[in-house]
Design a protein around this ligand. Structure first.
Ligand SMILES: [Zn+2]
Length: 325
């Protein structure tokens, strides 16, 4: 049975600055905003004339286990969770699909879990969240994929038949990612339980579909939307930088899977990252860019609201969630 987490965020004044090792409180979102996060299936942001949506595909928790962060002990992880006002026996696990409204076109960034059982019960709510946000799945003409993990692409295909869910949309995929997942012998590499069978399924679907457009480098994929390389979590992962009206919003996919509402140290090496060292370097680079360019930044697996800004305080990064419009 699916259960919404008791406390879907927020940094309470009591714990947060202690968690970050700061001597004063950071910025907090207000109570109304926090309340909304538990009940609202979507959030909406504006970047110039582009609307950006955070759509909940699933919300749940995963059991906490030693080794979840490779180079940090379990007690330290628990301390960070408590300091963020969360229970210390489980890791919050969110699946959030981002969408853009560019004039009359709806663009999805990734496609969620498709309700695949490997991600637990209660996921696969993307269409319900789109309906709540007033977005018609039939209006989706482009889907930008960050990387080819199941929780980002299984929403593109039927769980039993693999039939396409969006056959009329163009699916834009980083070619290095596609190459990696289709190279000979990849299916025999053990990448953990949630990636079991993934390579075969990619090879049977995305790799054969005619409506897939692979790309190299960091091109402008759509007017106002540019790919930004972010390898580590997956070998060819990209993020998507949305620019309009002098504002910028980076949709950062899985640059960090442990929500920055809980902690922001880029050196925490998550077991879920395929190349932890490279993932850490990418994370630092992206966090620094977010600070320097005053980006609003979102993440797929962050607590809601899953968008905000980073500031630097000595060696520490501080995350402030942003209120939606
Ligand atoms: Zn993911």
């Amino acid at each position: 049975m699916f259960e919404i987490s008791r406390r879907d965020l927020v940094l309470g004044a009591a714990g947060a600055y202690a968690a970050f090792g700061l001597d004063r409180p950071v910025t907090f979102i207000d109570a109304a905003c926090a309340q909304e996060s538990v009940t609202q299936p979507f959030r909406k942001y504006k970047v110039g004339d582009i609307e950006i949506f955070s759509l909940i595909d699933g919300m749940g928790d995963a059991p906490l286990r030693e080794g979840m962060v490779r180079n940090v002990g379990l007690e330290q992880v628990k301390t960070a969770l408590r300091a963020a006002g969360l229970p210390d026996n489980q890791a919050p696990r969110r699946f959030i699909v981002m969408a853009l409204k560019l004039r009359d076109q709806v663009v999805l960034i990734d496609s969620g879990t498709g309700g695949h059982p490997i991600y637990g019960n209660g996921n696969g709510r993307l269409f319900a969240s789109m309906a709540a946000a007033g977005l018609d799945p039939k209006a989706v003409k482009t889907i930008l994929i960050s990387h080819l993990h199941g929780d980002h692409i299984y929403g593109l295909m039927n769980n039993e038949s693999n039939v396409q869910v969006f056959p009329d949309a163009e699916i834009v995929v980083p070619s290095s990612e596609l190459k990696w997942w289709t190279r000979p012998g990849v299916e025999s590499i053990d990448l953990g339980p949630t990636r079991k069978g993934l390579a075969q399924r990619i090879q049977a679907t995305v790799a054969t579909w005619k409506n897939v457009r692979p790309f190299e480098g960091e091109p402008e994929l759509l007017p106002g939307v540019r790919a930004v390389q972010a390898p580590g979590h997956s070998p060819g992962m990209v993020t998507h930088l949305v620019s309009s009206g002098g504002k910028q919003f980076l949709i950062s996919a899985d640059v960090v899977n442990l929500s920055p509402h809980i902690q922001t140290n880029p050196e925490w090496q998550l077991a879920i990252d395929q190349d932890p060292q490279m993932a850490s370097e990418t994370r630092r680079k992206i966090f620094d860019r977010a600070v320097a360019d005053k980006l609003t930044i979102s993440g797929t697996h962050w607590l809601m609201p899953n968008a905000g800004t980073f500031a630097k305080d000595g060696n520490t990064y501080v995350f402030s969630p942003e209120a939606s419009v």
